[in-house]
Design a binder for this molecule. Structure first.
Ligand code: ZN
Length: 341
């Protein structure tokens, strides 16, 4: 297909005003690649740091960003077998090669040849087939676009990395966030007793609705409150989407033999811990990163069953991308801002 498409292009890193709406050539489809008509694209924090110059890995200008994409497959290149024309799809955050030793051992999120997914701020996007996973026709694009980076990572954390079991007590920090809220929903579904930590009383009802058994509203040390609701034992699993700002309180909330899963880090502050506190607790510190095809396919099913319920803050036309980035950078909304080209 030849012709042009509308896109929000970055010619250099900068403030939200750096976006320029232009008509650019539709990229051609090479072997192994797929062209998708973009129906919705979530505005993620990675978009913000790629735009403002904080995240520089594989970034060259001019550039069209946007990784939380959902749309319809319109053309498939030679050798594509994972999706077909007409399929509705959404994206992972990276595409993997499927061939390296990490891909061959179920660890595709650390693929040696992984490529970042980008290009959703446009009418069309062309990416390797591995970037796309099929969604049911009944699932709205505006919800599906954010599943990979949100609920997919939450499933990775709760089920596959922290190995949550029935009856486990699971503490989620940053519980109303893009990974936090689906972590609450998934942990509840897994049969855990869920403790959600948030800084805002106004979000209590939302967290209870998501399946939290206990909501702790706190801006400082919440470990005493966690001990109170767990009979003094603490939480078996911590899903920490905030990072160093809450680490001391969260680690103090961890039960003996607990698993502490690091999922997010919202600033550049370091943490400090006496190693004895790790072995006295027999604690496991775990790193969680990104989402595999299988994990994304599983959360798509959970979304279809309404167990995972992605939160949309607002749907805006692509023309409002500057406004959308201002809102996301200011953390001014609960749920995802989604743009539609
Ligand atoms: Zn690989």
């Amino acid at each position: 297909m030849t012709g042009t498409m509308r896109a929000a292009v970055l010619h250099a890193a900068g403030p939200p005003e750096a976006f320029s709406l232009e008509d650019i050539a539709i990229p051609e489809v090479k072997p192994g690649e797929v062209r998708v008509r973009v129906k919705a694209c979530g505005v993620s924090f990675r978009d913000v740091v790629e735009r403002n110059g904080t995240y520089r890995r594989d970034v060259t200008f001019p550039l069209v960003i946007g990784l939380e994409i959902a749309g319809v497959v319109e053309e498939t290149g030679q050798g594509v077998s994972l999706v077909k024309e007409g399929d509705h799809v959404c994206t992972k955050a990276f595409s993997s090669c499927g061939m390296c030793r990490y891909c061959r051992s179920g660890r595709e999120t650390t693929c040696l040849n992984r490529q970042p997914v980008r290009g959703g701020y446009a009418e069309y996007v062309v990416l390797p087939q591995d970037a796309f996973v099929r969604i049911p026709l009944s699932l709205a694009f505006e919800k599906a676009c954010m599943l990979g980076a949100g609920a997919g990572v939450a499933l990775n954390a709760v089920r596959d990395t922290a190995r949550t079991k029935i009856g486990d007590r699971v503490l989620v920090t940053g519980a109303t966030g893009g990974v936090g809220l689906p972590a609450v929903q998934i942990a509840h579904h897994a049969g855990a007793e869920v403790i959600a930590v948030t800084r805002s009383e106004s979000k209590r009802a939302m967290l209870e609705q998501a399946g939290a058994h206990h909501v702790i509203v706190a801006d400082g040390d919440f470990s005493t409150a966690v001990r109170d609701v767990t009979g003094g034992e603490g939480a078996d699993v911590i899903i920490d989407t905030v990072g160093s700002h809450v680490f001391d309180a969260a680690y103090n909330s961890l039960a003996l033999h607990g698993r502490y899963a690091f999922v997010g880090q919202l600033n550049s502050d370091k943490i400090s811990i006496n190693p004895a506190r790790i072995f006295f607790k027999r604690a496991q510190l775990l790193g969680v990163g990104s989402v595999s095809r299988a994990q994304l396919a599983d959360v798509i099913e959970l979304a279809e069953q309404d167990i995972v319920r992605p939160q949309i803050a607002e749907v805006m036309p692509l023309e409002d991308i500057v406004k959308a980035h201002h809102l996301v950078e200011a953390s001014a909304s609960v749920g995802r801002i989604v743009v539609t080209p």
